[in-house]
Write a protein that binds this ligand. Structure first.
Ligand code: B1M
Length: 221
């Protein structure tokens, strides 16, 4: 198979949730030196975008979204160590979770993989994380950054609820707050008082490093 055929196969099989075929194609791609990031950005993510578009049009329903997501997750399980393999020096600590009421986690997991690859220690709180849990985990790990992911317009308001909870606990100024997720915008992030917003995983990593650097250089010696 050519690289183009593998990528097309990954796109097509993810779209219809054929998890075994997706795994086989990922392994075949790796055996044939196909770049893991190319598989991710040129086939797997576009396929999930098409799943979302079909869902919006009413051509797909939740079960179809779910099996496509499972196929994607199988691919990520194989790609994870390769995407995270950089040997980077530790740069900071990150507490990350998907907000309360929201169970989407593929995007969050991808951001975590990239953060780990860049040298961050990541504490992943999973999905449907309540504000109190974020507060408790920030108090326990004292991270440089806490990240909130939201993938639904109905769960985005949890950013503000989480920030309010950090304020109430007296720790808002101790931690950088980053937000992200498909429906989130820079304007929304600014409106809720987040310190940073990124549209995708690689921007999230760049911004995380930048925000830490800015915070460290702002601290008087
Ligand atoms: Co749902 N879903 N879903 N879904 N789902 C979306 C998000 C949707 C856009 C589909 C659509 O209508 N086009 C839509 C939301 C509409 C809206 O509110 N604007 C939607 C809906 C409506 C729903 C339900 C309500 C459906 C229902 O039940 N009627 C339901 C909600 C359940 C809940 O959470 N309470 C639901 C359920 C599900 C499944 C469980 C079936 C499944 C999730 C499985 C899982 O995640 N384990 C699912 C899926 C798979 C999707 C789509 C198709 C794919 C999501 C995905 O993984 N994308 C999605 C459509 C779409 O996104 N186009 C959709 C790939 C991923 C790599 O991208 O998630 O954007 P993304 O992550 C990016 C960036 O956002 C960013 O970096 C990531 C990597 O580049 N990023 C950050 C993420 N977090 C960040 C944090 C940061 C910075 C950047 O800093 C902290």
């Amino acid at each position: 198979m050519t690289h183009e055929e593998i990528l097309q196969g990954l796109y097509d099989h993810t779209l219809v949730g054929h998890a075994p075929e997706v795994k086989d194609l990922v392994n075949q791609g790796l055996a044939d030196n196909l770049d893991p990031e190319k598989m991710l950005y040129d086939a797997l993510i576009p396929s999930l975008e098409e799943v979302g578009a079909r869902f919006e049009r009413g051509d797909f329903f939740v079960p179809e979204m779910l099996i496509a997501a499972r196929a994607m997750q199988g691919a990520l399980d194989i790609l994870r160590p390769l995407l995270a393999e950089t040997g980077a020096k530790p740069v900071g600590t990150y507490v990350m979770g998907t907000v309360k009421g929201d169970v989407h986690d593929i995007g969050k997991n991808l951001v975590n993989i990239m953060l780990e690859g860049a040298g961050f220690t990541v504490y992943d709180l999973g999905v449907n994380v309540a504000p109190e849990k974020f507060v408790e985990q920030v108090q326990e790990h004292e991270p440089d950054i806490v990240g909130f992911s939201a993938f639904l317009t109905t769960t985005m308001p949890m950013f503000k609820a989480n920030i309010n909870a950090l304020e109430k606990a007296g720790i808002r100024d101790h931690v950088i707050v980053m937000v992200g997720g498909a429906p989130v915008t820079q304007e929304y992030a600014d409106a809720v008082g987040a310190d940073g917003y990124a549209a995708d995983a690689s921007t999230a990593v760049r911004l995380a490093k930048d925000l830490i650097e800015r915070k460290r250089s702002a601290v008087p010696a």
